[in-house]
Design a protein around this ligand. Sequence first.
Ligand code: GLU
Length: 478
Amino acid sequence: MPLPKDSSLRVRFAPSPTGHLHLGGARTALFNFLLARHFGGTLVLRIEDTDRERSTQESIAAILDGLSWLGIDWNEGPFYQTQRLDRYRQLALDLLDKGLAYRCDCSAESLESRRDEAIKKGLPPRYDGRCRDRTIDPATPHVLRFRNPEGEVIVFDDLIRGQLSFDSAVLDDLIILRTDGMPTYNFAVVVDDVDMKITHVIRGDDHINNTPRQIPIFRALGAPLPDFAHLPMIYGPDRTRLSKRHGATSVMAYRDMGFLPQALVNYLVRLGWSHKDQEIFSREELIQYFDLDHVGSSPSVFNPEKLLWLNGHYLKNSSGKDLVPLVKEQLGPLTDPLPQASDPDHWTRVAEELKGRSKTLVELAQFARPFLDKSRAIDPEARKKILTPANIPVLEHLTLTLRSLSDWTGENLRNVFSQASEALHLKLGEIAQPVRVAITGKTVSPGIFDVLLLAGREATLARMDEALRLSREPLSDV
Ligand code: GLU
């Protein structure tokens, strides 16, 4: 259904702060954000913290951090439900006055035994309405229950799922205010959606069964119904709901694993939404194209390889300069910096040289370390295979000629290598490999001359000496 392009659209992201911002939550936030931006509307951030036992300040901070890392900003809020308790109480009492809610003093034990009985009789285990028409002294401990419509079919047009209908007979007279005066989840959500004038409720489809419970409350409050859109689930590769079993699910864990926020945003948006065959989207394009019409109704499967591929793409297309602070963050303080590491341009050159070979910032930082720090670890496999007696002549020859080189330039290095190749009757690749392992500790790296230039004369010679020493050691010591 096309939505009007105006500023009256109001959506919200309403996380419960009981953990990190996970991928599903981030996708919900992103879709709301993009829709608000696309239509010039308003995104409200609402923290649903009425579950006092499970809500924590750390989770609130983690959610806000996750959103800001992804570049998802909001126009209003954050509003906290715990700061609106009076409002929920007031509206619950209004419903009581109007006869749309009632007091219930059934004890937990009595509820339980009646429920058990219902189950035995093969009836649905729901509240049996015992207190609907009783008069209960307000001084006795009680809850307030919502008087659900009877014999009604609740129908709504989900913007993604199409028309959905639920028989009101399956709905409980749900509690809206607990004995301690705290509102329940479904009630607080509706009061907030009404007060915050939400026009479109876009959330995960784990909430789809709440919607028929919430619709009668909207009506009882005399409020217009928002449109609803329930986003399809995200599955793990085994087609069960994505969870920790499938690996990291928290957004910030992806930051720690070296992902760029642009890559994760691009990945998340494609979990359910498409725009023709396009896979890579700039932020501007997402805002320009995003709509609910192209959100599919079937679950999407989380594919870590695709995320990795996207991350590689975004790394490659970032400027070396922009990557430097991120590489620095990954590396932490250097143990024994090379002299050139004090030059900001050197860092940029290193990032520029390596960004196309790395899928994550963690990998990029690993590749970068030998060009920034005096210490570099040698991959044991590379040592075993390449730093062998057979390569001693190559290393000896090049150590000597490189040591006598006065000007450490690309051209001079190239000459040294081609002369060595001739003298030793070996191909350039054959003489480059032991040097590569000596300098970087790895068998893959940028071109050998770039490696030598980035490492610099001093580190190169020191590492060649060390490689020679290692090559002379018998293999059994390795
Ligand atoms: N607080 C709910 C959650 O975190 C979302 C409620 C809603 O979007 O209506 O799952």
